[in-house]
Design a protein around this ligand. Sequence first.
Ligand code: MG
Length: 254
Amino acid sequence: MKRPLPILVFSDLDGTLLDHNNYSWSAAKPGLQRLAEIGTGVVLASSKTAQEIIPLRDAMGQADMPAIVENGAGILWPGNADVGEDDYPRLRALLKKLPQGFVGFGDMTIDEVAQKTGLSSQQANLARQRKFSEPGVWTGSDVDLAEFLEAARAHGLYARKGGRFLTISFGQTKADAMREVVRHMRPVRTIALGDAPNDIEMIQAADQGVVVANPHGPNIPPFPAPVEARVLRTQQSGPQGWSDAILTLTADFR
Ligand SMILES: [Mg+2]
């Protein structure tokens, strides 16, 4: 019988496994190496599209792991570049009915997306290939934003503030996708790492949560006491904090 997976790690990318400023994950290598030694890996869980995640997942040596794309709206299974059904045209059509002020990736040129994200034009092109959700920026007043959010809700849309963008979707979270991956892979224990409010459900749903420090973004406030008791908060930000946490939490494994 195949030995059950001892640990399965779910991790946000931007500001967590990737450095907020330069998108590097090199400081996380010791932690990734440790997971490989244990015989497990990382389920990348990000607002990124499947097309953006595939090359990163390969580069990190995680090609045989599933990945959670577009903030939980879709799952990319190993060896499968197709994420299936596409909500994007319906989402874009609904956004056009809402009060103006939200500028989504679909409204921007590749160069504008590159400028807003700090990605190269090539990477920005992949970030625009969306299937389930629309990240963007709010250009109006706070009062207008409240009105926009209210109208979005009335149309069955959900708005989430990530580290840098407001993302509109039909409401599936990273935790919903995480539960589906857990049902499929049946790990003994789960660890989830994130840095921003769009990671809260995933961190809460894990056996062990990790809040990676992010001095650039909105913080994750303390959880209710029983949850906070199983959450580790890192000192270092980004991939360094990520790696430190993985090494600490796997210290007892051989
Ligand atoms: Mg993040």
